[in-house]
Design a protein around this ligand. Structure first.
Ligand SMILES: CC(C)=CCC/C(C)=C(\C)COP(=O)(O)OP(=O)(O)O
Length: 427
């Protein structure tokens, strides 16, 4: 495969995978500290050159984030400005930044969403990951209709569309497994009443989910009942197994980052459960604040381990990087809300959704609330785009690769939602 962008069959761009770190300063590349090399990890951990470059960045001061390494800015900005050209199709309108397009979505009646371009569509790769995912699902104890649903959901396809800097099915399977396990917990425990989800049972179920993902300290006679409970529940087996597989590819810091992002997401799920239990649904602002820890930022925690590199923890958690992650994750989850209005409203205990909350707040139509949600989504994407450009001055190849990864995730996440039968409504 070449590294060229090519026009895909549906008028979309399909991009050859395995794209290296194109925005890297040549000096850092020459040190062998390029993302994904063992040296990159060791250098960061042991106070090597990359760590020295980053230390001013993360600790503030005159070389703090946003002011450091100005001499690199032009180089990095140039690198980051490179983007996949937007295909001029009826449903994708090119915009000033070629990395982004306005795209029609759903039945095409609402205003378009502003999203990053789709960087790769490779159906054979998606099928390969989905085949492996279904075999894994069977090993976790899912059966029959549940396995069919796992196959139809296409989490392997999600991984192919969103993690575009690797074409290794095993790496993509890391993301597919975790997303499948999260979604299984979301559907079976949190959201879908007809699949057994009940608000009152959710918090204790999630407590066990946390114990399955993050091993409790050995406690003698208390261990066996916990193990039995985990073994009896395919969702818990899946969560545990997905983390175990992740451990083989990610560093301990990445694994804990992913676990804790999951656990904050669970706090949001518990909050929705309380609202559904009391029937007192929140205003849109409160829903949005709660949704902040229940977004695709959780899925995006996987961008660097799946890509085979690591954004150092102090850079990952720098407030501006964190804001970029929040913007990308929230934009992507608003796409989910836009496309799941009908599904969420149909449950006998309606599921919280930005469109539904805005419609209730303003006593307006779903169409008007949809427009407001599209506007908000587009603001998050534009804010991300701006911040991505500002962060170009930071001399970290891992950060630049990661920000490109977030952008790719948004583009692929939109494509997945917009083409997935799960979100299709018959009208
Ligand atoms: C389950 C998962 C990958 C978590 C991150 C994003 C997220 C919180 C969801 C997709 C779940 O939101 P929601 O329940 O609204 O999703 P569905 O509409 O049920 O797909």
């Amino acid at each position: 495969m070449t590294a060229e962008a090519t026009q895909g069959p549906a008028g979309r761009v399909s991009r050859a995978p395995g794209r290296p770190v194109e925005a890297l300063p040549a000096g850092l590349l020459a040190t062998g500290l390029a993302a994904g090399t063992p040296g990159a990890m060791a250098g960061a951990a042991e106070g090597g050159p990359l760590d020295m470059a980053l230390s001013g960045v993360v600790r503030g001061g005159p070389s703090g984030l946003g002011t450091s390494a100005a001499r690199l800015a032009a180089h990095l900005t140039g690198g980051l400005a490179e983007a996949v050209p937007a295909p001029p199709t009826p449903s994708a309108t090119p915009t000033a930044n070629p990395g982004y397009v306005e795209r029609e979505w759903g039945d095409g009646t609402a205003s378009p969403v502003y999203v990053p371009v789709v960087e790769r569509i490779d159906d054979a790769l998606a099928d390969e990951v989905d085949d492996r995912l279904v075999r894994w699902g069977e090993q976790c104890g899912f059966q029959g209709e549940e396995l069919d649903q796992l196959r139809r959901a296409g989490f392997g396809r999600l991984a192919m569309l969103t993690h575009t800097d690797t074409d290794d099915p095993e790496q993509l399977l890391i993301a597919a497994r975790l997303n499948a396990a999260w979604w299984a917990a979301d559907d079976l425990y949190a959201d879908n009443t007809d699949m057994g989800a009940t608000p009152a049972e959710l918090p204790p179920r999630l407590a066990l989910a946390m114990a399955a993902m993050d091993p409790v300290a050995p406690a003698g006679e208390f261990d066996e009942p916990l193990e039995e409970a985990v073994r009896a529940e395919p969702v818990l087996v899946a969560l545990r197994s997905a983390v175990k597989h992740l451990e083989r590819a990610g560093t301990p810091a990445q694994v804990q980052r992913i676990c804790y992002s999951t656990f904050t997401m669970f706090v949001s799920w518990n909050t929705y459960a309380a609202w559904r239990y009391t029937g007192e649904y929140p205003p849109a602002w409160k829903y949005l604040a709660t949704r902040q820890h229940d977004t695709f930022a959780t899925s995006m925690t996987l961008v660097d381990p799946v890509g085979g590199y690591e954004v150092p923890a102090n850079l990952y958690y720098d407030p501006r990087v964190r804001r970029a992650i929040t913007q990308a994750g929230t934009a992507s989850v608003l796409i989910n809300d836009l496309l799941s209005v009908a599904k969420d409203a149909a449950d006998e205990n309606p599921v919280c959704n930005m469109v539904l909350q805005i419609a209730a707040d303003r006593n307006c139509s779903i169409e008007e609330a949809t427009e407001a949600t599209v506007t908000l989504h587009n603001k998050f994407v534009r804010d991300f785009e701006e911040l991505h450009a500002e962060l170009a001055v930071v001399p970290s190849p891992e950060l630049h690769r990661f920000l490109r990864g977030l952008r790719a995730w948004m583009g692929g996440g939109f494509e997945w939602h917009n083409t997935n039968p799960r979100y299709r409504t018959e009208s």
